[in-house]
Design a protein around this ligand. Structure first.
Ligand code: COA
Length: 258
């Protein structure tokens, strides 16, 4: 892999998009490398969480690579959009927590990548936006859909139609990021969040991700049915018994993911 770096540290897979000369812009090769990392990590029991960030001080990801975008035809443009949508949906559905550590510009495809992650923590230097309309296109990696579901259509349309970038504090205020921390504490904050989630029952985390993701696509009564079904399934797991037992015995639970 030439465009991303990975490091596995005590169960956390750190995935760093590493093309600093172009502010970590996503060319097709980088998008495929990101997919390769997530598909390999999917069934790797040593990976318990993923933290996605960008190399360097300046950018998380400054968007799709405009050099490549400029060559697209209607056919290849649609194919590119569909491939990106598929890969980001794979990240969104990932059964282990995925945290975006937004260390700088998260624009266009970078913002969309962060939106596909389960939790977003931003450095106080982060700048986030969907500037595609300034190039005469629209977000193509699920940004129109996820932004509107996250923020509501009015705020999403404001951001998408102006193409404006917003700072970290404003992003936190409107609920686009979960939390803002000083730049030098970003990785530590993402790691702290990942470790806290990793200490919980992994089957419960997997079910929670599935219930929230799938449920948001369903009428509420069907979402509740899904919730009850997953709840019931968890009651059959060793982890659930261990969690309750540990509470009653006043000790930390030792979850095994079974
Ligand atoms: N695709 C390809 N190259 C990109 C890029 C992208 N999305 N974003 C930045 N780069 C390149 C620049 O062309 C420049 O290359 P150069 O050094 O060969 O000239 C380099 O990265 C540094 O960017 P630069 O624009 O000089 O930095 P800046 O601090 O002045 O501005 C941004 C930073 C992020 C505001 C600006 O680079 C920008 O607007 N990028 C495009 C963002 C965008 O529209 N993304 C959505 C794409 S769909």
């Amino acid at each position: 892999m030439q465009n991303v770096r990975t490091e596995l540290r005590d169960g956390i897979l750190f995935l760093t998009i590493d093309r600093p000369k172009v502010l970590n812009a996503l060319n097709a090769a980088t998008v495929e490398e990101i997919f390769h990392v997530f598909s390999t990590a999917h069934d790797d029991v040593t990976v318990k969480a993923v933290i996605v960030t960008g190399a360097g001080e300046k950018a998380f990801v400054a968007g799709a690579d405009i050099n490549e975008l400029a060559q697209k035809t209607p056919v290849t443009g649609k194919e590119t959009s569909e491939r990106g949508q598929f890969i980001l949906a794979f990240i969104e559905k990932f059964p282990k927590p995925v945290i975006a550590a937004i260390n700088g510009f998260a624009l266009g495809g970078g913002c969309e990548l962060a939106l596909a992650c389960h939790i977003r923590i931003a450095s106080d230097k982060a700048q986030i936006g969907l500037p595609e309309v300034t190039l005469g296109i629209i977000p193509g990696y699920g940004g129109t859909q996820r932004m509107a579901r996250l923020l509501g259509s009015a705020k999403a349309l404001e951001l998408i139609c102006t193409g404006d970038r917003i700072g970290a504090a404003e992003a936190e205020r409107i609920g686009l990021v979960n939390k803002v921390v000083p730049a030098d504490q970003l990785v530590a904050a993402a790691e702290e969040m990942a470790r806290k989630i990793m200490s919980r029952g992994p089957l419960a985390i997997r079910a929670a991700i599935e219930a929230v993701n799938r449920g948001s696509e369903m009428p509420i009564r069907e979402g509740e049915f899904l919730e009850a079904t997953l709840f019931g399934l968890l009651c059959a797991s060793e982890d659930t018994k261990e969690g309750m037992k540990a509470f009653l015995e006043k000790r930390p639970a030792n979850f095994k993911g079974k």
